[in-house]
Design a protein around this ligand. Sequence first.
Ligand SMILES: Nc1nc2c(ncn2[C@@H]2O[C@H](COP(=O)(O)OP(=O)(O)OP(=O)(O)O)[C@@H](O)[C@H]2O)c(=O)[nH]1
Ligand SMILES: [Mg+2]
Length: 452
Amino acid sequence: MSDRGLGLNHLSDQLRQLQRSLLALESSSRTLKLAPLSGRDWFDLLNRKLLPQLSEGATLIVAVVGGTNIGKSVVFNHIAGFRASASSPLASGTKHPVCLVPPTFDAETHLREMFPSFDLQRWSTDSDALQETNAHLLFWRSHDRVPANLIVLDTPDVDSDAPVNWERADAIRQSADVLVAVLTQQKYNDAAVKRFFRTAATEDKAAIVVFNQVELPDDESYWPVWLGTFCEETGLRPEYVYLAKNDRKSAEAITLPFEERQWPIASNVPQADLPETADRIADSVVESTPTELSRVLSQLRFAEIKLRTLRGSMMRLFDSMDGIPSYLREVRDRGRRYRDAAAVLASRGVIKQADWPSPPSQLLVEEMWVWWDRHHSRLLHACGSMVDGRSSPCSRFDLGSTSSVDRRISTTGMVGHRASSQTGVRTTSNRDDSRKRTTHRSAGAGFVWYVL
Ligand SMILES: Nc1nc2c(ncn2[C@@H]2O[C@H](COP(=O)(O)OP(=O)(O)OP(=O)(O)O)[C@@H](O)[C@H]2O)c(=O)[nH]1
Ligand SMILES: [Mg+2]
């Protein structure tokens, strides 16, 4: 194995360890109720891009992506050379990715590793991907027109009112190396479309732009402005740019011509300057004969692009604002907030306890007498034994009535007594004092038992 291969394997081991640690952290910090790791772009890149593809000789993944109903399936079919994915005049027709692999490709094994969030299905017709199901399906078939070490996919849209489509398109984008970005005059400035490609740019995906449904020669002056805006706002830098003219018949017959254009032709082409720039734009025509997209794909610099997109995903993983460091900050900050909140609650609890009003003394005294009624005979027996050593002392005590707080202790014995907070706790063996004490037993906060 080459040095590069060894390096990638070592990196792969470390990333696997990192993944385990992150999952352990997520599990142990579950009470913090943070958003799950799965669904965060950097974590999905770790699972869907880095771990499956960090091995030497990995396959280049090309995905046709873009807004709804702009001709993605048509472009995909032109790459395939046959109607592999149904095109339809209705928006968000393609619901699941369709994947073409080279004949020698061990699809069952590799596709499962490459697209872990999809349920693999063997392709049977071009309409497979139109079916509406909650399951994330990926239809695949081999095709001899697909170059070795490359797979190509059609994807659902990134902007229709079916969020499940975006979810599937996002998952394919994360795994992909090369995006065939299909744009039109209507969609190049759409917010959702730009958001999708902005993320792709942060992941350093290689891009081939196909400007579809262009009116030639009229739009020759305008497409650079549209594309300039798109690139400026997304950060994407296309490797190649092709124009496909607006021709529905050819689109359906898979005979659309794709004309290559040089890009960039000018960093900024102000709208007002368009007539003057027409000559320069004419210079941007690279080839007068249409290009075969599948040939373009076969000429891509596979190893270079693969390394570039793996590095792009690594950068996303360790991005201080939106990668692992930001997740760790989130855990730490939420943990601190929980800890501070717990401290505040605990201190309020203490204050609350301290503020509790004293229970009415009468209640306490009543309680005391209830207790006394239950236990007095046993206690008096014990007490009598202590006083004169007799085994049956009960006859020596006259407790009077025990049903009222005003009951009096008429003889020496045990009495529950509430001591006045003003007078403090006093003890005495004097019978008269014990009477006196029973008169202020409801006045204070403390409570003591006397043995008189
Ligand atoms: N007039 C014209 N129609 C086109 C062209 N390209 C595609 N179409 C038509 O536009 C419609 C949509 O094309 P699709 O390829 O299904 O578009 P899509 O982007 O895959 O659409 P979704 O999968 O629904 O997001 C189809 O009826 C195509 O025939 C073109 O260049 N010119
Ligand atoms: Mg489609």
